[in-house]
Write a protein that binds this ligand. Structure first.
Ligand code: DGL
Length: 266
């Protein structure tokens, strides 16, 4: 047994969608969340910057004595996961492998779409993992950078979001994909709108649930699970907490308040 918390980080609020799944799968675990709201988005930045930011995020979580780290940001997972694993003496979990494996399981016609940030698409990480699982699967990737501000603005169900989704997704739908990976942790916030565009015959994969299951399995196998840890979860951000608090209530169906910290110190 290990009563220390699980650390989760994202470039901002997107990782709260992963946090929701972690809370469902492991209700006994305490969570320490960090959202780098001062430096979001990561998705438009280069690999080196994303890796430098991610290292600071992990260092902050380690200062809170976490027993494991979940990189609840596909951009950081696809660009920096290996570096984080090599650098830190703590188990680090990303979202890409669980998402890729689940998509390969679900596709019937072996045509999978990936929607993600520009940096995630550029990394080719999802494509690599999908091909590893099944080399015959064809992959159609599309960067959808406007989804992040739409989700953060609370415009997930607006006409603007619908038209944006239509513009981004129509080409891969025309290619016949039957499965689409929500390859950015912000995108589940737009799920209803994306579903409206893709229709019910296309399966949407949110890697968050599979990621949470993997972490649970690891903790179980290594005797690291917490037990009835009813300590309050803790949320930290690197800039103004207003939008964070709103999306927190939306994604976690609960009211949590975040504390602002200076991430440059880590
Ligand atoms: N939530 C981040 C991800 O999963 C995307 C937001 C950003 O661009 O920072 O990729």
């Amino acid at each position: 047994m290990d009563k220390r918390p699980i650390g989760i980080f994202d470039s901002g609020v997107g990782g709260l969608t992963v946090t929701g799944q972690v809370m469902k799968v492991m209700p006994d675990e305490k969570i320490v969340y960090f959202g780098d709201t001062a430096r979001v988005p990561y998705g438009s930045k280069g690999k080196e910057t994303i890796t430098r930011f991610s290292c600071q995020d992990v260092r902050f979580l380690l200062s809170k004595d976490v027993k494991a780290v979940i990189v609840a940001c596909n951009t950081a997972s696809s660009n920096s996961l290996e570096h984080l694993k090599e650098t830190f003496d703590v188990p680090v979990f990303g979202t890409v492998i669980p998402g890729a494996v689940e998509a390969v399981k679900r596709t019937r016609n072996k045509k999978v779409g990936i929607i993600a940030t520009a940096a995630t698409v550029r990394s080719g990480a999802y494509e690599k993992e999908i091909k590893k699982a099944d080399p015959e699967v064809e992959v159609y990737a599309k960067a959808c950078p406007l989804f992040v501000p739409l989700a953060e603005e609370g415009w997930a169900d607006s006409e603007v979001a619908y038209l944006t989704a239509k513009e981004y997704l129509t080409p891969m739908l025309e290619e016949g994909v039957d499965t689409i990976i929500l390859g950015c942790t912000h995108y589940p916030l737009l799920r209803r709108c994306i579903e409206k565009v893709v229709g019910e015959n296309v399966s949407l994969v949110d890697p968050a649930y599979e990621t949470a299951l993997r972490v649970e399995k690891y903790l179980e196998e290594n005797d690291m699970k917490g037990e009835e840890n009813f300590a309050e979860h803790e949320f930290f951000v690197s800039d103004s907490t207003d939008m964070f608090d709103r999306i927190c209530s939306e994604a976690l169906k609960n009211k949590y308040s975040a504390t602002e910290i200076n991430i440059e110190k880590y």
